[in-house]
Design a protein around this ligand. Sequence first.
Ligand code: ADP
Length: 394
Amino acid sequence: MRVLVLNSGSSSIKFQLYRMPEEVVEVRGMVERIGEPDASLRVRAEGVDERLKRLVPDHAAGLHHVLEALARLGVPLDTLGAVGHRVVHGGEDFAHTVLIDEAVEAAVERNSALAPLHNPPNLLGIRVAREVLPGVPQVAVFDTAFHQTMPEAAWRYALPEALYTEHGVRRYGFHGTSHRYVTERAAAMLGLAVDQVNLITCHLGNGASVAAVRGGRSVDTTMGLTPLEGLVMGTRSGDLDPAIPLFLQSTLGMSAAQVDKLLNKESGLLGLSGLSNDARAVEEAAAAGHERARLALEVQAYRLRKVIGAYTAVLGQVHAVVFTAGIGENSDVARAMAMEGLQPMGYWLDEAKNAGLRGREADIAHLDSLSRILVIPTDEELVIARDTYELAAG
Ligand code: ADP
């Protein structure tokens, strides 16, 4: 069976075509700048890498171009067994991957209030795929689902109850598909059953979050109602005194939209360094003596280290700390800075194993470290393909 994995954003559709259950990616690519004059289609397959200018007024046209490209590459549409969609916010409605029906679509729509930038394009992708591929099972995989196992003490904000009961203001967490993938891989690397493994999983990309995983289930995570909470990220501030947004509005006269932009788009590594949101660029500048770049990395690492300490307290026993996503998989500097000084807590990074390690699975802990320290490249699309195949194949 072939499974098409779709990640529909506001102006893009990323896609992967999997042959399942062999887990082979046959084609991958992306429709970019939907609705703009310079829209394009990128398609990669064995021996193929093309970027084509296309007229893409909307998502429906985008998906048509994807299917046309697949047909051109010799993939008949009738071999498409299922479509798997990434959906950002499932709220409290979804703790697992589900087959999409009208009730699921309605719930995704309801949860749009919690993710106004993400859920509407995800839903649009679902509706367009249903129209273009009638009769093909559609599956939704939620970024929030893995964290639905958090205990209430971890997901409640200390706010008046009605904000939760009437408006859903609570911590949800994101990157769940990635935390789940590395949890399963880590268990395999450690030779433990998934339901026996305790982990601190650090997803460090442009967006970043840590999860505390007990017995293979998420019991805490650093992102909250939105992906703004928690770690210092590329352009997001992460945790700060909740009075700061009030200060920005009442004292500096900023609007709610300006505050939102400042905290989500102009802060984090970019705001601190004044240079870039890109960790690699900031690392290079820091190595060349740029003082603010050095400070940005230090703040980022310090905050991550504090979370590792906090989640060690949450879990008691930790089998491994796991690093994943762009920074976690590739930056030996970020890993070393985060783990610095944690030896008394049982985390002893082996400098030689860490140095230069990029993009492959490895244990970078010293042999005498009490807990393992693992690097695991994440693969959210594979999780979506597997879940989709499982549900579609019954
Ligand atoms: P996204 O959240 O956009 O999916 P990624 O997981 O791709 O992000 O991570 C992007 C981040 O990873 C960027 O900050 C990038 O600089 C960083 N990164 C990628 N390769 C390296 C590297 N070799 N060294 C340091 N940082 C890296």
